[in-house]
Design a protein around this ligand. Structure first.
Ligand SMILES: C[S@@+](CC[C@H](N)C(=O)[O-])C[C@H]1O[C@@H](n2cnc3c(N)ncnc32)[C@H](O)[C@@H]1O
Length: 329
C-alpha cells in the first residue's frame, strides 16, 4: 500500500510516457519547445510495464492513467496498454491526450484494453486554437474525440483551460457543445506549471469565474457533499441533469486532503504531487539489480513523505523545476 503520514492512500498512478508534445500551448511551454529528455534517459516499454506491475500487484494501485507530454507520440503505447491490461488484478486504464492521432488509434487502443480517454480541448474556434496551441490541428482533435466515442472509450472526458483574453468567454459554448456531443466537460484552473514561469495568480480565470460564466446560461446544482471523494473535479448537474460539468480548482479549491495519486515521470522518477520539489529515482534501481520488492519499498518510502498540500498558498511557494509537460499532467 502507498500510504502517507496523513493517512492518504495512493491508488491512482499517473505515468508519463514522454515529455514531448506536438502542440505548444501557451500556458504549458514556449513556442520553441523544450530540451526533451534523451532517449536513453526514458524508461523503456519493459521498464514501464515492470513498474506498473509492481504498483498494481504489490502497492495497491487500481487505476493507471498514461499521460505526458503527448502519450500518443510514444511508439509503444498500444503494446504498453495491452501488457498492463493483462495484469492481475486488472487496473482501470485511461489516457490523457490532446487527441491528435486518436482518430487512427482509438479502436486499436480499445482492443488493447484501454478503458477511457480524457481529451484536452480549450476552444471551439479553430483560430483561437491556433493562437493557443500554436498549431493548426483543431479538426484533428475533434476527429480524435469522435473516434474515441465511436470506439466506446467512454465517457469521453474533455479538459479545458480558460485563458484571459483568449477563450475566457467560451465556457457556456463549450458546455453546450459537450452536452450535444455526449462528452463530459471539466474545466481546469491554470496552474503555475508552465516552463516559462508566466503564470500570475491575479491573471488566472478562477473556478468562481467559470461557474459564474456557466450560470449565465445553465442552472447548476452541486453534487451532494461526499460524492466528490478523491476526484479533483467538483461536479454540478446541468439543468437538472443527467449531464454534468466539472471544475478542477487546483489553485483556489485544492483537493490535497483527499489526494490518492502517485506519479511517475518518463525518466522513472516518483513524484508525490504535481507541485513536489523532490523526486525519488526508480530508474537507477530498475537498471541495477534491485528486486521488485526493493523497488516497491523505495516507492513506499517516497510516498510516506508526501506533503500535506501543494504549498501553492505558502508565501515562499516555489514552482517545481519540471514543467507540467515533463511531469505528466
Ligand atoms: C500536460 S497535458 C499532457 C497530456 C496531453 N498532451 C493532453 O494535452 O492532455 C495534460 C493536461 O494538462 C493541462 N495543462 C498543461 N499546462 C497546464 C497549466 N499550466 N495549468 C493547468 N493545466 C495545464 C493541459 O491542458 C492538459 O489538459
Amino acid at each position: 500500500m502507498l500510504i502517507d503520514t496523513y493517512g492518504r492512500v495512493a491508488t491512482d498512478l499517473r505515468v508519463s510516457l514522454t515529455d514531448r508534445c506536438n502542440l505548444r500551448c501557451t500556458y504549458c511551454m514556449p513556442e520553441e519547445g523544450l530540451s526533451w529528455l534523451a532517449k536513453p534517459d526514458l524508461l523503456t516499454d519493459d521498464e514501464i510495464v515492470r513498474l506498473v506491475r509492481i504498483a498494481v500487484t504489490d502497492l495497491g494501485v487500481t487505476e493507471v492513467r498514461f499521460t505526458g507530454g503527448e502519450p500518443l507520440l510514444r511508439p509503444g503505447l498500444t503494446g504498453i496498454v495491452a501488457r498492463c491490461a493483462e495484469l492481475e488484478p486488472r487496473p482501470q486504464l485511461s489516457l490523457t491526450t490532446n487527441g491528435i492521432g486518436l482518430a487512427r488509434t482509438a479502436a486499436a487502443l480499445r482492443d488493447a484494453g484501454l478503458d477511457r480517454v480524457n481529451v484536452s480541448l480549450d476552444t471551439l474556434r479553430p483560430e483561437v486554437f491556433k493562437t493557443l496551441t500554436r498549431r493548426d490541428r483543431h479538426q484533428d482533435v475533434l476527429d480524435g474525440m469522435a473516434a474515441a466515442r465511436a470506439a466506446g472509450l467512454t465517457p469521453v472526458k474533455v479538459n479545458s483551460v480558460l485563458m484571459p483574453g483568449l477563450n475566457q468567454d467560451e465556457a457556456p459554448d463549450l458546455l453546450a457543445w459537450a452536452i450535444e456531443q455526449d462528452y463530459e466537460l471539466r474545466f481546469i484552473e491554470q496552474m503555475p506549471l508552465d516552463a516559462q514561469h508566466g503564470w500570475k495568480r491575479d491573471g488566472m480565470i478562477t473556478a468562481d469565474d467559470i461557474l459564474a460564466s456557466l450560470r449565465t446560461r445553465f442552472a447548476l446544482t452541486p453534487e451532494t457533499a461526499g460524492e466528490r471523494g478523491s476526484a479533483p473535479a467538483e461536479r454540478w448537474a446541468v439543468d437538472g441533469g443527467p449531464h454534468t460539468v466539472g471544475v478542477i480548482g487546483s489553485v483556489t479549491r485544492p483537493f490535497c486532503r483527499a489526494c490518492d495519486r502517485t506519479r511517475l515521470t518518463a525518466d522513472g522518477q516518483v513524484r508525490t504531487c504535481l507541485f513536489a520539489t523532490e523526486e525519488t529515482d526508480l530508474r537507477a534501481a530498475l537498471r541495477g539489480t534491485a528486486s521488485d520488492a526493493e523497488i516497491a519499498e523505495i516507492w513506499r518510502k517516497a510516498m510516506w513523505g508526501k506533503k500535506a498540500g501543494s504549498g501553492l498558498d505558502d508565501p515562499d511557494f516555489l514552482q517545481p523545476e519540471r514543467p507540467m509537460s515533463a511531469i505528466g499532467g
